[in-house]
Ligand binder design. Structure first.
Ligand code: NDP
Ligand code: 2IT
Length: 448
């Protein structure tokens, strides 16, 4: 499908030509380009200053070799990435993903999304992302440590509390951030806590950072439901994934009176009609690092469906919290047919463009990732604030800050969509509001 605006279509054709084979990046770029047409009419200086052409090109891309040895002494070589996408609003900020599917196109899509997400938080952070095609599954603790040390042995020269601040994403949690931080400290001889976020509570981490993405996504859905004079109370919910984001999404939904009946991993899903036993999921996934299928060993009434599609389970609220493109057009249609009224994306770009069209046309409440999952990075920025002031805040206070930030993001997206003639369309609202903020700062900084 060709875009309505000829100039935007030609920019998109350039993106395809200059970034061959990077399908996920093309997809993320196209979605933003499709939204910003009306902005250019209102702010002609953005067109004159070629803001779109500049915003779409990363400021800097670093690709490096990561050699490491396994427990048997065998040598392995992975590829490391850090894409420093845009620093108009603050130091580059965004997670690291360790997953075998990682290549430049994934890191660029995530980094590009991160620019607008971070702008929406209202906090002073630019956009970046990094990671590796390393597969942490089945690796020993020592192997993970050696990999993290090797990764940081190259990365340390490009990051810093005022330059670029990585954090976690798929395959990178508290354990990995600990090893990365230790090696950074050793290489630089600096105790620079603000260089990484998602740190342990014993050495500069923030309370609520672990819970932040899932809690934040749930707060965002709560706000969307409020607009419709509704709430989580009594809602039947499905949350995909069973990692960091999924776990704390389930926790907050349960606190708000909803019932999550299913979650998953890349092998299959579990269905527990009595409601997911979250303590059991935490035990299996956080402490014992096992597979979600083991849940049914402990909860005999629950069902594990190997290779099953979690979106075939009827629910009123769906919160995709695993990975990109996990909901296609057919899945979206099935969700809507089965009575789904709200979708909040904990994951980044979990819905394909066809799926998004289905949700928008059905008129359900659809919260795109760059708005709905911004609570994680927002709380990372709060961790940076605490590190800068050598302070640490209470759980209650930090959670309140997070809840307010999510409320503000929702309101900004809602009002911006309305202003630009797309009432109720949070995709348009998030893309335009994030874009305008970054674009204005870029104009102010001159041609750099
Ligand atoms: P985790 O590594 O903790 O968990 C990832 C979960 O998603 C696992 O259950 C994993 O299953 C599943 N998953 C990962 N890749 C795939 C795949 N290709 N196909 C099917 N399932 C998959 O990661 P997070 O919970 O941190 O991240 C989940 C999503 O949330 C990602 O999209 C991430 O970008 C996004 N996000 C994370 C934030 C954070 O603060 N951590 C902030 C904002 C967004 P398995 O174990 O089988 O691989
Ligand atoms: O996608 C994301 O926003 C993250 N993985 C969190 C980034 C961060 O810097 O906390």
């Amino acid at each position: 499908m060709v875009m309505k605006d000829e100039k935007l279509e030609s920019i998109y054709q350039d993106v395809l030509r200059r970034n061959p084979g990077e399908a996920e990046f093309h997809q993320a770029a196209r979605e933003v380009l499709e939204s910003v047409g009306p902005v250019l009419a209102k702010y002609p200086e953005f067109r004159e200053r070629k803001i779109i052409e500049r915003i779409i090109e990363p400021e800097r891309q670093i690709i490096f070799r990561v050699p490491w040895q396994d427990d048997k002494g065998e040598v392995h070589v992975n590829r490391g990435f850090r894409v420093q996408y845009n620093s108009a609003l603050g130091p580059y900020k965004g997670g690291l993903r360790f997953h075998p599917s990682v290549y430049l196109g994934i890191i660029k899509f995530l980094g590009f999304e991160q620019i607008f997400k971070n702008a929406l938080t209202g906090l002073p952070i630019g956009g970046g992302k990094g990671g590796s095609d390393f597969d942490p599954k089945g690796k020993s603790d020592d192997e993970i440590m050696r990999f993290c040390q090797s990764f940081m042995t190259e990365l340390w020269r490009y990051i810093g509390e005022h330059t670029d601040v990585p954090a976690g994403d798929i395959g990178v949690g508290g354990r990995e951030i600990g090893y990365l931080y230790g090696q950074f400290k050793r290489l630089t001889s600096r105790y620079e806590a603000g260089v990484l976020t998602g740190k342990g509570l014993d050495y500069g981490g923030s309370l609520v950072r672990t819970e932040a993405t899932g809690y934040g996504a749930t707060f965002f859905v709560e706000e969307m439901l409020k607009v419709r004079k509704d709430s989580f109370d009594g809602k039947r919910c499905v949350v995909s994934g069973s990692g960091n984001v999924a776990i704390y999404t389930v926790e907050k939904i349960h606190q708000l009176g909803g019932k999550v009946v299913a979650c998953s991993d890349s092998n299959g899903y579990i269905l527990d009609e009595k409601g997911i036993d979250l303590e059991l999921v935490k035990q299996l996934k956080e402490r014992e690092r096992r597979r979600i299928k083991d849940y049914v060993e402990y909860r005999k009434h629950a069902r594990y469906v190997d290779g099953g599609n979690i979106w075939e389970i009827p629910c009123q609220v769906a919160m995709p919290s695993a990975t990109q493109n996990e909901i296609n057009g057919k899945d979206a249609a099935l969700l809507v047919k089965n009575g789904c009224i709200a979708v909040g994306e904990g994951a980044n770009m979990p819905t394909t463009p066809e799926g998004i069209q289905v949700f928008l046309q059905a008129g359900i409440a659809y919260g795109p990732g760059k708005a709905a999952n911004a609570g994680g990075v927002a709380t990372s920025a709060l961790e940076m604030q605490q590190n800068a002031s050598r302070d640490s805040w209470t759980f209650e206070y930090t959670e309140k800050r997070l809840a307010n930030i999510m409320k503000n993001i929702h309101q900004t997206c809602f009002e911006t969509a309305e202003e630009f003639g797309a009432k109720g369309n949070y995709v348009v609202g998030a893309n335009i509001a994030g874009f305008i903020k970054v674009a204005k700062a870029m104009v102010a900084h001159g041609l750099i």
